[in-house]
Design a protein around this ligand. Structure first.
Ligand code: SAM
Length: 144
C-alpha cells in the first residue's frame, strides 16, 4: 500500500483539511505569526479568511514535501493572496522561490459573444456594478 509523506502542520489549530498524515513536530508557524500575515493582507484580497488559512497550509505542505517550483496566482486583484504566499516563504527563510502575479491590471474585459447572452445581460445590470468597480486595480498597489 502506498504511504503518503508526513507533512508539517501549520500551528493555527491544526490542518484545516483534517488530513490523517499530518505530524505536529517542529517547523510550525506560530498562531500569532499567521494572524499577523492575515491582518497585513486582509484589505488586499477578496479571498475569505478560511481560504487564506488553507492557502497558508498549502504553502507549508509544498515546503515540507520539497515540491520544487515557483508560486503563481492567476487573477490577483490587489495581490493579497500572493503577498500571503510571499510572506510565508519569507517567514520560512525560503529566498530562492519566486511568486508570480498575473492579471490584466485593467479589470475584466467586457463579455464577448462567445460568453453568451446571460453574461451580456449581467454586465449591463445596473444593480450589480460591484464587480466592475472593484476588480480594476493599478499595478502601483501590487508593487507597493
Ligand atoms: C476575483 S478577482 C481575483 C481575486 C484575487 N485572487 C484576490 O486575492 O482577491 C479576479 C481578477 O482576475 C483578473 N482577470 C480576470 N480576467 C482576466 C483576464 N482575462 N486576463 C487577465 N486578468 C484577468 C481581474 O483583473 C481581477 O483582478
Amino acid at each position: 500500500m502506498a504511504r503518503t509523506t508526513p507533512v508539517r502542520a501549520v500551528g493555527f489549530g491544526g490542518n484545516p483539511k483534517g488530513d490523517a498524515d499530518m505530524n505536529q513536530d517542529g517547523g510550525r508557524m506560530a498562531k500569532m505569526e499567521l494572524a499577523s500575515i492575515l491582518d497585513k493582507v486582509r484589505s488586499l484580497t477578496m479571498v475569505p479568511r478560511d481560504s487564506l488559512v488553507d492557502l497558508a497550509y498549502q504553502v507549508q505542505v509544498i515546503l515540507a514535501r520539497n515540491i520544487p517550483g515557483a508560486f503563481v496566482e492567476c487573477g490577483v486583484w490587489c495581490g493579497g493572496a500572493s503577498f500571503l504566499m510571499a510572506a510565508m516563504l519569507r517567514q520560512a527563510g525560503v529566498l530562492d522561490r519566486k511568486v508570480w502575479l498575473f492579471d490584466s491590471f485593467e479589470g475584466m474585459p467586457p463579455p464577448q459573444p462567445i460568453d453568451g447572452p446571460a453574461a451580456q445581460a449581467w454586465a449591463k445590470t445596473p444593480e450589480k456594478p460591484w464587480y466592475s468597480e472593484r476588480v480594476p486595480i493599478s499595478l502601483d498597489i501590487t508593487s507597493a
